[in-house]
Write a protein that binds this ligand. Structure first.
Ligand code: GAL
Length: 436
């Protein structure tokens, strides 16, 4: 793929008379400015791990973190900087939006690296599918997150002699017992992407992988008529209600919009006992000294134990004036290496993108996620919220619809389903490459 194809944004960037000399920023030739959204303690430590490995091969990671879980703010900054001809050399650009960037000729083609390092043989096919746009590799992979996790704080359950639940009836019983014991049963934030992250995991449980795929991958309008969708909205309401703190405690009251790291801190300290979220939370629990399997149980959201709702973190190399191509390729090669994969993912909570990495050194939860993902019989479904299924605009519109429902007690699950159906009709048929 040509680095600067004749598409409008790329053409505008190439117009003579626009001030900046280079379309990407970064001064010394070994410096690579990296735009990303990893700012929590574990995310930071994982990024620092990559930076340290880069330094060993003579590359300097110049940090361009933009705070905000889920990356909404980072993507806005990336768009803005690119339009101002100040694009970083490397950017966290996950999933579907990558094809739009590649089509505009903004991404460096990494086919040589992929061939040299035999990525098509070592990496999982779903990973290669995410990295590839129209037969060209346009990003380097970091890790695979699982989204449909249910975390249970073992010490809290033990202290109050409550049985660890695995189905909805058990969860509801546990919630009542926890509240009676003065503990907020569920950690929940009203931040839009966090609400929708819970929702997509619940949807997978209610719909099952085949129907989930018909909705989120094929975008089949009739699939959105299924009663499973209404049930998922109902579950979301129930789950959020379980996050109301017990009367008379400091946790009293309904959930609020809070950063995901605060939820993890509450869960770790035993102020809440149950949490549905992606396994970046497991990375964060690790930095707080808690270990999966020992201190907290990693279960799946009811109905999803055999399925893997995934999102894959990737770093794209911005083409710019091609002045850093050698360094960018060197970094991409390093990111895909077995040693880096193990070191980085151990901290981040995700699992390696390669089939050949010995994961027995990782905690039990990571081993479980890796084994499921590696098993060809596992239904693996892409995360909508984390950009594996829809392009940015459609994804944000779905998140907003789910969020509005969550915050409006007068909106019925049936009404939310109708709104989502209307939204999907308005978005029209799928226009980007299919997620696998
Ligand atoms: C996801 C990203 C993860 C994690 C999470 C919270 O979109 O894939 O790496 O950082 O956001 O910020």
């Amino acid at each position: 793929m040509c680095a600067l194809a004749l598409f409008p944004l790329a053409a505008a960037l190439a117009t003579p008379g626009i001030a900046a000399p280079s379309a990407t920023s970064g001064d010394a030739s070994n410096e690579l400015n990296v735009l990303h959204w990893w700012t929590s303690a574990s995310e930071r430590a994982a990024a620092d791990h990559v930076a340290a490995r880069m330094a060993e091969v003579g590359l300097r990671w110049v940090d361009g973190a933009v705070a905000g879980g889920g990356g909404g703010a980072a993507i806005k900054v990336l768009n803005e900087r690119t339009l101002r001809r100040m694009a970083p050399k490397v950017a966290q650009l996950n999933g579907q939006s990558m094809s739009e960037w590649a089509d505009m000729g903004l991404l460096l083609d990494l086919d040589n690296v992929a061939q040299r390092r035999n990525w098509s043989r070592t990496m999982f096919p779903q990973v290669m599918a995410q990295l590839t746009v129209r037969d060209h590799v346009v990003a380097a992979p970091l890790g695979i997150h699982r989204i449909n996790n249910l975390y249970l704080n073992k010490a809290v359950f033990k202290q109050h002699k409550i049985e660890l639940p695995s189905d909805w009836a058990g969860l509801e019983r546990a919630a009542q017992a926890l509240r009676a014991a003065g503990v907020t049963p569920v950690a929940f934030s009203d931040e839009p992407w966090q609400v929708a992250t819970v929702f997509e995991a619940l949807l997978l449980g209610e719909a099952g992988p085949a129907l989930y795929r018909r909705m989120m991958v094929q975008r089949e309008l009739q699939a959105f008529d299924d009663p499973a969708l209404e049930r998922s909205f109902k579950r979301l309401r129930d789950w959020r209600n379980m996050a109301t703190g017990p009367a008379g405690t400091s946790q009293n009251g309904a959930p609020r919009e809070r950063p995901w790291t605060e939820l993890v801190a509450d869960f770790a300290a035993g102020r809440s006992a149950m949490l549905i979220t992606g396994d970046w939370a497991r990375g964060e629990l690790g930095t707080l000294g808690l270990e999966g399997g020992r201190d907290f149980e990693c279960k799946a959201v009811p109905g999803t134990a055999q399925a893997h709702l995934y999102s894959i973190d990737t770093l794209a190399m911005l083409a710019g004036n091609l002045s850093s191509q050698a360094e960018q390729e060197k970094m991409a090669e390093l990111l895909g290496s077995a040693a880096l994969q193990l070191g980085y993912n151990r901290i981040k909570g995700s699992v390696p993108v390669r089939r050949d990495v010995p994961v027995d050194e990782l905690d039990l939860c990571a081993q479980q996620s890796f084994k499921l993902f590696a098993n060809p019989n596992t239904p693996r479904v892409p995360s909508l919220v984390h950009r594996m299924a829809f392009e940015e605009v459609g994804k944000n519109a779905v998140i907003e619809t789910v969020h509005r429902f969550a915050l409006d007690p007068n909106q019925t699950p049936a009404a939310a389903q109708r709104k989502l159906q209307g939204l999907l009709r308005a978005l029209g048929p799928k226009s980007v490459k299919a997620a696998s």
